[in-house]
Design a protein around this ligand. Structure first.
Ligand code: MN
Length: 524
């Protein structure tokens, strides 16, 4: 019903566009498509009510809050149009190339119902895309039925004098693209068939971005501008490398990418197979960040896993198992990686128990004492534990286990261990969650992270903290007075890794049974 106009305009024997149908799901996705039709324009679509509400924007969206963009409301499109791109042949409605310019999710501001706001002619929403971030407003102009204005709110994501960069033609150099044979074929076909009039009017993309191998990238002392990196079978464009991510320390996005390129072989085994929550700081650590669970769109080398979530929605989590994917996500401003405690092939059974030691106002020396006490309590239960700095204020303790216990069992076990430690060390450890009821100087043993969907920063993940600290695996002998929680940084960690090796290898290689420990602790 809602797609009648859409279907009437098209002959599905002749166009590659999807016929589609009204969807039942209610996800909040958006796409901005670059459409090289008789006139270049941008098609802007928001998922709501089972369809994509759509607008054609002649000049495209803008991150400059002073630029109001005329947006002409057009017919609803099917949800499957989110992923449509390619050539609509001559003679069809909308003939010309369609490229995905940006794709992601949105949230209505406040508790606005999107369909009601649409009917009222005033939508305010937050974007979580690759290019579009922060709040936008879409407002219907008075007495003009189909004409709206898209306006960026002057928030932290607004960028004065921002200019839209088209992705069409030469898209391979402006976007990270997998160099698969399929992409190549599509490229040559485009070149042969593209009629003259669909040549982009936009200026040609900068041709000057340097090209290098991954090891050349790692060895480059200065990283600036954009660089094309060849790794595995992909060409990856890493952008704005001189952007300051830690302004006070002068640490750049290039430094962050170099670090992850260096430690990729070590960190990847801790990320592989696990749904990953991305903590993204597109404008550095002093600007707003967001947690991204749902990765609606990514090149083929970023593997994704769709997981059921509350209600009908499902979430496509990133599964990072290769260097190119890690760098691609870092290039989007991901500073911290937070993997789940279970793997996709056994999603209901965690393969480590985690204790998150949070000092609040206690000296770090006390955190180390409590960590040693947790280690001892576990040793008495026959379990080996591993410690790492959180990279923020505290310590993380991980106990590798065979993935055959329910999350609730593991949480119950962790609670009992934490309880024992508090009983033995009432002067410095607590399991009191409420900050106001917690006694000063006590270290909080947080065992509640042992739940499906929760996560902690991965070993070797950089943290968005002063000094670009890293969550660093430790030897137990180091867990004592003199250790500093942000001691290891993206600058110092690679050398430490060369000297000490991966101190967390046992977490992956030696899963332990909990059977004995569970039986023992339930008796105590
Ligand atoms: Mn169009």
């Amino acid at each position: 019903m809602a797609l009648e106009t859409y279907r009437k305009k098209r002959d599905f024997e002749r166009t590659p566009e999807p016929r589609g149908q009204v969807a039942h799901s209610e996800r909040r996705r958006f796409v901005a498509q670059e459409h090289h039709a008789s006139r270049l324009h941008y098609d802007f679509r928001l998922e709501m009510g089972g369809v994509l509400k759509s607008w054609a924007i002649p000049k495209g969206p803008s991150l400059d809050s002073r630029q109001k963009r005329l947006s002409v409301q057009v017919e609803d499109h099917p949800v499957s149009y989110l992923h449509f791109h390619g050539e609509i042949a001559e003679g069809n409605y909308g003939a010309g190339q369609v490229y995905t310019w940006d794709i992601g999710t949105y949230q209505m501001v406040g508790s606005q119902d999107p369909l009601a706001a649409y009917a009222d002619g005033k939508l305010s929403f937050d974007f979580f895309g690759e290019k579009l971030h922060g709040q936008f407003n879409l407002v219907r102009m008075k007495n003009r039925e189909n004409q709206w204005l898209l306006i960026k709110s002057p928030d932290e994501f607004a960028q004065p004098s921002w200019r839209l960069e088209p992705v069409g033609k030469g898209a391979a150099t402006t976007r990270a693209t997998a160099k698969s044979s399929r992409t190549k074929k599509a490229g040559t076909r485009t070149e042969r068939r593209a009629p003259k009039r669909s040549e982009p009017r936009a200026k040609a993309p900068k041709s000057s971005s340097a090209s290098m191998t991954l090891s050349q990238f790692v060895e480059s002392k200065t990283l600036a501008g954009d660089v094309q990196v060849r790794a595995d079978d992909a060409n990856l464009l890493l952008t704005h490398l001189d952007k300051l991510y830690w302004p006070k320390e002068g640490i750049t996005k290039g430094d962050l990418l170099r670090y992850y390129a260096q430690v990729a072989p070590t960190i990847l085994p801790y990320l592989a197979h696990r749904p990953l929550i991305l903590k993204r700081y597109p404008n550095g650590v002093d600007a707003p960040f967001f947690f991204q669970h749902d990765l609606t769109h990514a090149p083929a080398f970023v593997h994704r896993q769709s997981l059921e979530s509350a209600g009908e929605r499902s979430i496509d989590y990133a599964i990072v198992d290769n260097t190119v994917a890690l760098l691609y996500l870092t290039n989007l401003g991901t500073i911290e990686e937070h993997p789940w405690h279970s793997r996709v092939e056994n999603i209901d059974h965690p393969d480590w128990v985690v204790f998150d030691l949070d000092p609040e106002d206690a000296p770090f020396e006390t955190v180390c004492e409590v960590a040693q006490a947790v280690r001892q309590a576990l040793a008495l239960l026959g379990l080996q534990a591993y410690a790492k700095t959180s990279g923020s204020r505290g310590l993380h303790i991980l106990v590798p286990i065979e993935p055959r216990y329910e999350y609730v069992q593991v949480a119950d076990f962790a609670e009992r261990v934490a309880g024992q430690v508090v009983q033995a060390h009432p002067k410095c450890a607590t399991v009191e969650r409420s900050l106001s009821r917690r006694q000063a100087g006590h270290v909080y043993i947080d065992y509640m992270q042992n739940a499906k969907g929760k996560s902690i920063a991965a070993p070797y993940s950089v943290r968005a903290r002063p000094g670009a600290s890293v969550s660093a695996p430790l030897e137990w002998a180091e867990v004592q007075k003199g250790l500093y929680p942000r001691q290891f940084t993206l600058e110092s960690l690679p050398a430490r890794l060369r000297e000490r090796g991966d101190l967390f290898r046992g977490v992956l290689d030696h899963p332990q049974t909990l059977d004995g420990a569970l039986a023992q602790i339930q008796k105590q």
